[in-house]
Ligand binder design. Structure first.
Ligand code: NAG
Ligand code: NAG
Ligand code: NAG
Ligand code: NAG
Ligand code: NAG
Ligand code: NAG
Ligand code: NAG
Ligand code: NAG
Length: 486
């Protein structure tokens, strides 16, 4: 009937002030969208995760372990296993792409590190077996494109095949913004010829390839010595910075346009995935995954940043998130929660959005930002749902509608491109004027190149690198395949 103050209790008392702020709060679940680590350049396919990139994602996985998994973390997800993974609590996905798949695998090694003897299992005959590699934990990564593991994946992976998104992205290349950068940077890009001529031909050296050119040099700056890439010594920091800013402008505008929101179809799809997964966590009474993790492309980040109006909160969101960056949506509550199978009502649940800029971040920590141009760092669940539903594309039928697709998987749905303009957000329908522009471009014979560039808009597409290379070679356009814009 009396307190017995043992060591643990004293330690807890000593720690109390530090964790007081969050001690009343419980994290019920989270959705993490993650970029890959350092890799080889996109313009020399196939790109692969480097050892440095492996280290980076492992470090990030270790951070997420300490945040959501470790039993002594004040922000541990309610009910999650802290040492030996329980697969039903996790849902991990990645496109079928070696950089993203390997990044996910490396990250998971940090999330649930080898458990040593804790992983031991005892057989009927008494023999004890420890998992290989010091108790390494195997965690499957579902492939986005295969449709396995989730009933909704078959339409989700089609995101980048979205007709109206392709049309919208193509518009970028005839915009005033594009044309003005194209002409003002001509000499800058042409001047790079001696440095990148092994990869880019003279005609490819323009703002059209702003990302892939910067990317090649950036990878060189990280990996190549003065002997393996001597010409790099002629590229100044100022030039690198200028090329980087141009790449950011190029990529953001391909991923999002306020008056043509369909361009951000990959962010719209992600928004729906996040909503569906978090809702499942809430309604699953502890039986659905509480930690959802998706590895994907920076273009999807940028699309979402635009859609969720994060760019209004901080102009840094116009920039490409760095390697190993991640954004996270947390389900939090201040209500008393007895256990993981009795969630509070949704009126007691909020969503908090956080971001960490990976290799560019000042610290390991995630930073909270207000969504949708507001100021609240925690948004009541119902508000989050309402605001997200304004742009989330949920389900195949809606996808077919907003994309204006009527063939293939959309053949049987009742949608048409005509209904698209009325159901989707502003300006996403294909106007006749736009159709005319596209028609003219086709006539000019640049369609193949534009198709390649159109891919930039859709973050989830698993790129057929070989066919793209062939298309690129045949096209009169000089766009260099940026692949799945990782
Ligand atoms: C116990 O069973 C395992 C698996 O069948 C076998 O490898 C092991 O040799 C057995 N040990 C003994 C002591 O029989
Ligand atoms: C954004 O979309 C509008 C409307 O479709 C278009 O007029 C404009 O050129 C686009 N801007 C860019 C930079 O793509
Ligand atoms: C690239 O440019 C350098 C410097 O002008 C030149 O020495 C080299 O031969 C060129 N390489 C190719 C493949 O054209
Ligand atoms: C950078 O170095 C690697 C070998 O470390 C080499 O394969 C690659 O071609 C170099 N990059 C360039 C652009 O020269
Ligand atoms: C959440 O899931 C429940 C049960 O499946 C469903 O009735 C509800 O419409 C879902 N809510 C959202 C916002 O998706
Ligand atoms: C992330 O880092 C990159 C590179 O430093 C920067 O351009 C971008 O604006 C940063 N994004 C955010 C949201 O901080
Ligand atoms: C974004 O947020 C800003 C600042 O709160 C607001 O003025 C603007 O209308 C918002 N834009 C959209 C598209 O919601
Ligand atoms: C949507 O339409 C475009 C253009 O017709 C086509 O390239 C794409 O494959 C279609 N997507 C699907 C999923 O049918």
């Amino acid at each position: 009937m009396y307190f017995r103050l043992d060591k643990t209790a004293l330690a807890a008392v000593a720690l109390a002030p530090a964790i007081q702020l969050s001690s009343a709060e419980t994290i019920l679940g989270a959705y993490v969208f993650h970029r890959h680590g350092d890799r080889t350049p996109k313009s020399i396919p196939p790109a692969s995760l480097t050892d440095l990139g492996y280290v980076e994602v492992l470090d990030r996985g270790t951070y997420y372990h300490s945040r959501y998994i470790a039993s002594d973390s004040p922000t541990q997800i309610l009910g999650i296993q802290s040492e030996i993974v329980k697969l039903s609590q996790l849902a991990v996905t990645s496109p079928s792409d070696s950089v993203l798949q390997n990044s996910a695998a490396g990250w998971l090694q940090g999330l649930y590190p080898p458990a040593g003897a804790a992983s031991n299992q005892t057989l009927r005959n008494g023999t004890t077996i420890e998992a290989p590699l010091n108790g390494f934990q195997l965690i499957p990564i579902a492939i986005q494109s295969s449709g396995s593991g989730s009933e909704s994946n078959s339409w989700l992976q089609s995101a980048a095949n979205c007709q109206n998104a392709d049309i919208s992205s193509n518009e970028f290349f005839s915009s005033d913004l594009y044309n003005s950068y194209e002409s003002s940077t001509k000499s800058l890009y042409q001047g790079l010829s001696p440095v990148v001529n092994a990869t880019f031909s003279e005609s490819q050296l323009s703002f059209l390839n702003a990302y892939t050119i910067w990317d090649l040099l950036n990878v060189g700056m990280i990996h190549n010595s003065t002997t393996t890439y001597p010409a790099l010594s002629n590229v100044s920091d100022d030039t690198m910075n200028e090329l980087f800013q141009l790449a950011n402008i190029h990529e953001f505008n391909l991923a999002y346009n306020e008056s043509s929101t369909i361009r951000a179809i990959s962010g719209m799809t992600l928004a729906s995935q996040v909503l569906t997964a978090l809702n499942k966590t809430i309604t699953g009474n502890g039986k659905s995954p509480s930690l959802n993790v998706q590895f994907g492309a920076y273009a999807t980040f940028l699309s979402y940043f635009g859609l969720a109006n994060l760019t209004a909160v901080n102009a840094d969101f116009f920039g490409i998130p760095d390697y190993a960056s991640s954004m996270t949506w947390e389900l939090v509550t201040n209500a008393t929660v007895a256990n993981a199978s009795s969630f509070p009502s949704t009126s007691d649940i909020s969503v908090r959005f956080l971001f960490n800029n990976g290799t560019s971040a000042a610290s390991d920590n995630l930073t909270a930002f207000p969504l949708f141009g507001g100021s609240a760092l925690e948004l009541p669940w119902d508000d989050f749902v309402t605001s997200t539903q304004k742009f989330a594309v949920t389900g195949q039928e809606q996808w077919c509608q907003v994309c204006g697709n009527t063939t293939g998987i959309c053949a049987s749905s009742s949608s048409s491109s005509a209904s698209a303009s009325s159901t989707s957000s502003s300006g996403s329908g294909m106007s006749n004027a736009v159709a005319g522009v596209i028609g003219a471009m086709v006539t000019l014979g640049v369609v193949l190149g534009l198709e390649v560039l159109g891919l930039l808009a859709g973050g989830l597409r698993v790129v057929r690198k070989r066919s793209l290379a062939a298309a690129g070679a045949a096209a009169s356009s000089s766009a260099v395949n940026a692949g799945d814009e990782k």
